[in-house]
Design a protein around this ligand. Structure first.
Ligand code: PGA
Length: 247
């Protein structure tokens, strides 16, 4: 089964109206591979601005959301609010949410369920830390993280799984194509056993961690790498090269 290549940008806490406006202009006018689904993760405060400027063929994502629709949760935003400004995606479980802000698997699972129930699609992130890889427990860690997500998903067509080894994020140390393929293959096998063969065949498993214009092509050629989640390079014109990794 063919899976539509998916390239997400994660702008993190970067940019302002001027620089993001210029980046959006670059993306709106670039020649982008039509076989690729593109979704850009904007800081919450700019979601409305970004959605209003970005070409409709390009998706927009929030970088986080809370697990309920509204209420006394100072500083949080809900899927209902994200939808209200025309944005249809959210990134959940990013390693910075897990490890800088201490989000638990349980909370990420609850957020996933609530976001999906309220009509958002989810880029669900998983990935091992360096000490976990070195201890040989990469599979154990990513399977456990994936299980909590899977337990909260009913419609897998609304979910993209992003494998992002924490040691590769923002470090300039990209996983080798073989390292990425190995984990993606194991994740797909896990989904086959624990969800279904149909979902294993259709779910996009994307790689994140220091993806650049120069590393994207070989990574994209791996059988189970269905796209990327790109941080630093998604803020530059180089993002276009990454979107066009297969052309
Ligand atoms: P990076 O970030 O491309 O800057 O390593 C990836 C991510 O955090 O999603």
């Amino acid at each position: 089964m063919s899976r539509k290549f998916f390239v997400g940008g994660n702008w993190k806490m970067n940019g302002d109206k001027k620089s993001l406006g210029e980046l959006i202009q670059t993306l709106n006018t670039a020649k982008l591979d039509a076989n690729v689904e593109v979704v850009c993760g904007s800081p919450a405060i700019y979601l409305d601005f970004v959605r209003s400027k970005m070409d409709a063929k390009l998706g927009v994502a929030a970088q986080n959301c809370y697990k309920v629709a509204k209420g006394a949760f100072t500083g949080e935003i809900s899927p209902a609010m994200i939808k209200d400004v025309g944005v249809n995606w959210v990134i959940l479980g990013h390693s910075e949410r897990r490890h800088v802000f201490g989000e638990s698997d349980e909370l990420i699972g609850q957020k996933t369920a609530h976001a999906l129930e309220n009509g958002l699609s989810v880029i669900a992130c998983i990935g091992e830390k360096l000490d976990e890889r070195e201890a040989g427990i990469t599979e154990k860690v990513v399977f456990a993280q994936t299980k909590v997500i899977a337990d909260n998903v009913k419609d897998w067509s609304k979910v993209v799984l992003a494998y992002e080894p924490v040691w590769a994020i923002g470090t300039g140390k990209t996983a080798s194509p073989a390292q990425a393929q190995e984990v993606h293959d194991k994740l797909r096998a896990w989904v086959k056993t624990n969800v279904s063969e149909a979902v294993a065949n259709s779910v996009r498993i994307i790689y994140g961690g220091s993806v650049t214009g120069s590393t994207c092509k070989e990574l994209a050629s791996q059988k189970d790498v269905d796209g990327f989640l790109v941080g630093g390079a998604s803020l530059k014109a180089e993002f276009v090269e990454i979107i066009n990794a297969n052309v």
